[in-house]
Write a protein that binds this ligand. Structure first.
Ligand code: 2RA
Length: 455
């Protein structure tokens, strides 16, 4: 059965394929040290990445390709490992974003190697977040005097190019942190649990992208635009410590909701997420692409290794483990992490997290109950001034944020800003947000935390 026949048969309403979910890199956010497998086995993050080294990416300015080029890109996305991590940027104009105000840069900036810069370590360099760390460090001109690339024994000896130099990947051991200043970790929770305390003991600050220390008392859980003060006691040259990067869904939600909370107080938040493949790791991204190809070419899904359910042209409840109260761990992270980041235990939060067939940017529908009234014009005004937030909110043209708008961008995009008509007195607000899971949801946030250590 051909692709169109399949679509007609399986979906009825949908008669043509969506635009391709472009992605730049194979992703593993280091949030957990194991990944779901349909067959019940577990995959380490590094293996997950390794399996994708023949995967592909889109070239810079992908959306400006000719029809012929874009068809070729869609149908023949055979990406090399090098290509997958090339520093390509999504070169979409402001006009194409519906007039969004974007601070995301499209220029390439070289990282700043300088004799008095910190000694930087990346733990989990072969993972996609590890690779994204490098890209973000370059983009943000992060100062460094030396760079150390760490991975498991399996990857030791391989080479990584960064800022005009080639580095040999070293095995992560207890002595890896001797004399180092900042370690960016994204190698999974168990690696963080073992090695982050060792790094700190040796005087090296850790910014950890895993969930290992997020709820640990005394460990700041930081979104730099939201609660930088939580880590103000940690500075290069001072006593070393761990800073935890929140879960991607929490970061993306709070980038938009915090400015509203600061202005009028948020009493309750109802979140429904539409989470991309990247959050489940590189193999999930690969599975989404593979299944899509299979459907296009053969009309049926043959590969089902990561999730127990068909992923392409489908969606399902988030794959995080279920907890006793019927919420899965991803949903409970949103509840607990928000309270910690806001230092506000009275906020009521409920979340439903869903995995959708999108490559690398999460979307979230957020309904708020406010302490004090706020009309939608005021809400728009607050959000338009919020750091790291861009608006796409064009009702006349039905133009609102999409995961593709947010993919590969620094900012979180917000739209559908409207009064919740079910709540009286202008005390209810609805918004829809999209943010790049691997960038602001992981690597960018971590590098911003590292920048705070320098200030
Ligand atoms: C996800 N928890 O499932 C991940 C991202 N950190 O999307």
């Amino acid at each position: 059965m051909g692709f169109h026949a399949f679509l007609e048969k399986s979906s009825g309403a949908q008669t043509r394929p969506h635009r391709r979910q472009s992605h730049q890199s194979s992703v593993d956010d280091g949030d957990d040290d194991t990944r779901p497998r349909a067959n019940g086995s577990k995959e380490t993050s590094e293996t997950a990445f390794g399996a994708l080294t023949n995967h592909t990416t889109r070239a810079c300015g992908g959306r400006r390709q000719t029809k012929k080029q874009s068809k070729r890109t869609r149908m023949n996305a055979s990406l090399s490992a090098k290509g997958a991590y090339a520093s390509a940027k999504l070169n979409v104009s402001r006009a194409e974003r519906g007039g969004a105000r974007s601070r995301a840069r499209c220029v390439r900036v070289e990282a700043k190697k300088t004799a008095d810069g910190p000694k930087v370590v990346i733990a989990g360099i072969t993972g996609a977040v590890g690779q994204e760390f490098l890209r973000v460090l370059k983009e943000r001109d992060f100062p460094y005097s030396s760079m150390k690339m760490l991975a498991s024994a399996r990857s030791a000896g391989s080479k990584v190019d960064f800022d005009g130099e080639t580095y040999i990947v070293e095995e992560l051991t207890d002595s890896s942190f001797d004399g180092q200043d900042i370690a960016l970790f994204s190698a999974g929770g168990s690696i963080s649990k073992k090695f982050a305390p060792i790094a700190v003991e040796k005087g090296c600050h850790v910014v950890d992208n895993s969930s290992a220390f997020r709820m640990t008392e005394g460990v700041p859980l930081v979104i730099p635009e939201v609660n930088p003060e939580a880590m103000s006691h940690l500075k290069i040259g001072g006593k070393a410590g761990i800073v935890a990067n929140p879960n991607c869904s929490t970061i993306i939600a709070l980038m938009a909701v915090t400015p509203i909370h600061r202005a009028v107080g948020v009493e309750r938040m109802v979140v429904s997420t539409y989470q991309a493949a990247s959050g489940a790791g590189a193999l999930a991204m690969k599975e989404l692409e593979t299944q899509t190809r299979e459907l296009v070419n053969d009309g049926e899904v043959k590969t089902m290794e990561i999730f127990k359910w068909q992923y392409a042209f489908n969606l399902f409840s988030h794959n995080a483990p279920m907890t006793e109260n019927g919420y899965n761990e991803e949903e409970m992270k949103m509840v607990k992490e928000t309270r910690k980041i806001w230092n506000f235990n009275d906020v009521n939060i409920t979340a439903t997290c869903i995995r959708v067939p999108v490559m690398r940017a999460h979307a979230e529908s957020i309904n708020l109950t406010l302490k004090n009234p706020l009309d939608e014009k005021q809400a728009k005004d607050i959000l338009s001034k919020a750091e790291g937030v861009s608006l796409i909110d064009d009702r006349a043209n039905n133009r609102f944020p999409t995961p593709l708008d947010a993919s590969d961008q620094d900012d979180v995009y917000v739209g559908r800003i409207r009064q919740d008509i079910s709540q009286s007195g202008n005390k209810g607000l609805d918004i829809f947000v999209c943010g790049d899971q691997i960038k602001k949801g992981a690597a960018l946030n971590a590098v911003q935390c590292a920048e705070l250590l320098l200030k």
